[in-house]
Ligand binder design. Structure first.
Ligand code: ADP
Ligand code: MG
Length: 262
């Protein structure tokens, strides 16, 4: 494993997750579906990595394998040097806003994964994450009283409250309207910068990947492999009209083999 030279003012990032030669087939009534075919990918500690690829190529399957919800059919996935065999509370999924419990208040939703704790300690902890996502004052509200973006903030707070070191985001903005999606993309960058968690975002939206990530892994069609990983060396916040942004976007579409509509 070669350590990259540290950039001035930045500590070198060590490898957090390594995916080596991962294959995945699903048995079905019509025979086996070959989804992942020799996937290699390294995720560095504290980075924001996006994974893009055509719909149905196996992005969610890869994420589920990394999180330990699915077992790879072949190859190896290691987190901190240890083989992944099952889910771990240090690695959590952020779902769409629909993942929160409608019958629980914001406070109860955020505290859900914390188990038994003395009330004061729990309250302090829960409120810390409610503040982090900008929902202070809404802790007693119920999901039905919140907008889509606010519900997604609850989802983020709940995921962060268990203090994981990896966040898996599988198309988390899919259920939001266009304006809220823009707002939540900014919000996730702010939360990521503030917490320093390793974030892995799966999306079919190339602009979203380029707006958020340090690096973008491009998957091929099924049976999928990682074609290449691009460094996104643009300062944030990023503007999708900037020429370098557009060039990278064109490059990714070329790799994906998709004709762009003008
Ligand atoms: N549990 C499963 N059983 C059988 N086939 C599956 C299962 N999960 C996913 N697949 C198939 O694997 C392929 C990739 O699915 P998925 O990882 O959800 O793609 P993506 O997230 O890139 O849209 C699809 O063809 C899907 O039908
Ligand atoms: Mg998916």
């Amino acid at each position: 494993m070669s350590e990259a030279m540290p950039e001035p003012g930045k500590t070198p990032r060590r490898d957090k997750i390594t995916v080596e030669g991962v294959d995945k087939t699903f048995p079905t009534k019509k025979g086996e579906v070959h989804v992942l075919d020799g996937v290699n990918l390294t995720v560095r500690e504290g980075e924001f990595l996006a994974i893009v690829g055509p719909s149905g190529c196996g992005k969610s399957t890869l994420l589920n394998c990394m999180a330990g919800f699915e077992r790879a059919s072949g190859g190896s996935i290691q987190v901190d040097g240890e083989e992944v065999t099952r889910p771990d509370p240090k690695r959590v999924f952020v779902f769409q806003e629909t993942g929160i419990f409608p019958w629980y208040s914001v406070w109860d939703n955020v505290g859900f994964g914390l188990g038994q704790m003395p009330f004061e300690a729990k309250d302090e902890h829960v409120m810390k994450y409610i503040r982090l996502v900008g929902l202070e004052g809404f802790e007693r509200s119920f999901p039905s009283e919140l907008s889509g973006g606010m519900k997604q903030r609850v989802e983020f707070a709940r995921a962060l409250a268990v203090e994981p070191d990896v966040l898996f985001l599988d198309e988390p903005f899919g259920a939001l309207d266009a304006f809220t999606r823009i707002e939540m993309r900014r919000e996730i960058v702010r939360i990521w910068e503030k917490t320093g968690k390793t974030c892995i975002l799966v999306t079919h939206d190339v602009s979203e990947a380029l707006e958020l990530a340090d690096r973008v892994a491009i998957m091929t069609r099924r049976p999928a492999t990682v074609h290449s990983v691009l460094d996104v060396d643009m300062p944030r916040p990023r503007d999708s009209d900037d020429p370098p942004f557009r060039e990278m976007k064109d490059l990714i579409f070329q790799v994906l083999g998709v004709e762009r509509r003008v």
